[in-house]
Unconditional design. Structure first.
Length: 480
């Protein structure tokens, strides 16, 4: 693309599609360094995407359970610390998970696990570890199911991971790709899980072991700080703006058409950075090849409904998060936002946020907030967490693109789309949605910083350097 003002200002013009974490981080780093003139286009009314925060009855809430992990790349962590200062709190993780019908601290603690795990469950785990060298490996192609069964054994696979992934992705474990195990399961054996628990014991734990960073004003404070940094350094943000078309001339992107209200206009620049879902991006570009269209249509994202139950009490439990692998309970996780930042305000009100994996068209998706609130309280009763205080109301948020679905065929389909997008001049795609990556927010920031590092003074992309960054991105492991 061309920018008629480039010769006057001496820097390239970059157009960023999407103001989620990756888009904000790109705008922040490109404008802070003075590397480019930036315009960010966002369909929603505010920045942050699913990493934004909002208030319900005075309680600051996130889109589900969000933490900023100490495992973040040093550059990313240092930057977030600088942006938030004393508002970035280091908090102890204090959750619990249901295993064998018992509540166990999560992350797992050795003494707690020894005391609370049902004896048959614990003995089965030990048996899996001892018998692993003699266990017969499944034959045939590797899947998520075979990798976990080989590494962790049948007990933890059948009682935790398999029912949990059925909820999260709506597919049987054998229908999911090996990549999901590589991205989601950091401890590939019972022995590694035990070693991880040992490292959390007093005397062996690092300063950040068993802890996480969390902003005083909600997780969205990170996004807000990056937006303010970018804006103060000259970035332009276009909210409530829909992208209607991306034009191209052969393999060169030539412009972006946007609609604001009833009017349409075309933007031109030197480079587009896209963080929107790669499926939507493909539909926006002029006349993609038939095989690319077919592959994009087959790529799936998993939806989710977030249920916010407003209770008239200071605190429901002392725990920040609860995890529910049982198949009988449709929700996968519940968080209590006030416990993340140790906030005592407002008095007399707390909110519980439940994550209900669900796609548009499923029965939960079309239920009213009131109906879902009744279901939520019923599930808590089944878990021996009865709601005995007044319920003020329930409200929901529906996410159509919560998780990428790593089914058996996903990689070949993504490769077709990705290869075509990589071949278009004037376009660089990254971020969780853009690279179909089941990553944490700090990974999205790292992608943005990597993208910025590949852009030269003319807005051209060093493709070899970007390929090396992509190889690093492929090693990211999700922190729970």
């Amino acid at each position: 693309m061309t920018n008629p003002t480039q010769s006057k200002i001496g820097k390239p013009r970059v157009i960023i599609l999407g103001a989620g974490p990756a888009g904000l981080a790109a705008a922040h780093t490109l404008t802070r360094s003075g590397q480019a003139e930036v315009t960010v286009i966002e369909r929603a009314a505010q920045a942050g995407g699913n990493s934004a925060s909002f208030t319900i009855e005075g309680v600051t809430c996130d889109y589900g359970s969000h933490r900023f992990h100490p495992a973040a790349e040093p550059e990313v962590l240092a930057d977030v610390k600088e942006l938030l200062g004393d508002d970035l709190l280091l908090r102890p993780r204090h959750g619990r998970i249901r295993l064998g019908g018992k509540w166990i601290h999560f992350p797992l603690k050795l003494t707690d696990a020894l005391m609370r795990l049902p004896k048959p469950f614990a003995l089965s785990l030990i048996g899996d570890m001892v018998l692993k060298p003699f266990r017969k490996k499944p034959t045939g192609a590797e899947t998520f199911s075979t990798v976990l069964y080989n590494g962790l054994g049948p007990t933890i696979s059948n009682h935790f991971y398999f029912p949990y992934v059925r909820k999260l992705w709506g597919l049987e474990p054998e229908k999911l790709a090996v990549t999901l195990a590589e991205r989601r399961v950091g401890s590939g054996s019972v022995g590694k899980i035990v070693m991880k628990m040992l490292r959390l014991m007093p005397g062996l734990r690092s300063e950040t072991g068993g802890r996480f960073f969390y902003p005083r004003k909600g997780f969205g404070q990170i996004s807000a700080a990056m937006q303010e940094s970018a804006r103060s350094n000259g970035a332009e943000f276009l909210f409530n703006t829909e992208i209607t078309k991306i034009t191209r001339d052969g393999t060169r992107i030539t412009g972006v058409t946007i609609r604001d209200g009833d009017s349409e206009k075309q933007l031109t620049g030197d480079l587009i950075l896209s963080t929107i879902p790669l499926t939507g991006l493909t539909r926006l570009i002029d006349q993609p090849p038939a095989k690319v269209v077919e592959a994009a249509r087959a790529i799936r994202f998993r939806g989710m409904i977030l249920l916010y139950l407003v209770l008239e009490t200071d605190q429901f439990t002392e725990f920040d998060a609860h995890y529910f692998p049982e198949a009988s309970i449709p929700i996968s996780r519940m968080s209590e936002p006030k416990n993340y930042s140790a906030s005592s305000e407002p008095k007399g009100i707390t909110v519980l946020c439940a994550e209900l994996p669900c796609d548009p068209g499923e029965k939960w998706w079309d239920m009213s907030d009131e109906e879902l609130g009744r279901e939520f309280t019923g599930w808590l009763g089944q878990l021996n967490l009865p709601v005995t205080v007044p319920v003020r109301r329930c409200e929901t948020r529906r996410l159509s693109h919560a998780y990428p679905v790593y089914d058996i065929e996903f990689q070949s389909r993504v490769d077709v789309v990705d290869e075509w997008l990589l071949g278009l001049d004037g376009l660089l795609v990254f971020g969780r949605q853009g690279l179909f990556a089941h990553d944490n927010t700090h990974h999205a920031f790292a992608m943005a910083y990597g993208a910025a590092d590949c852009i030269d003074a003319k807005g051209q992309v060093d493709r070899d350097k970007w390929r090396r960054y992509r190889e690093v991105f492929a090693t990211h492991i999700v922190e729970d």
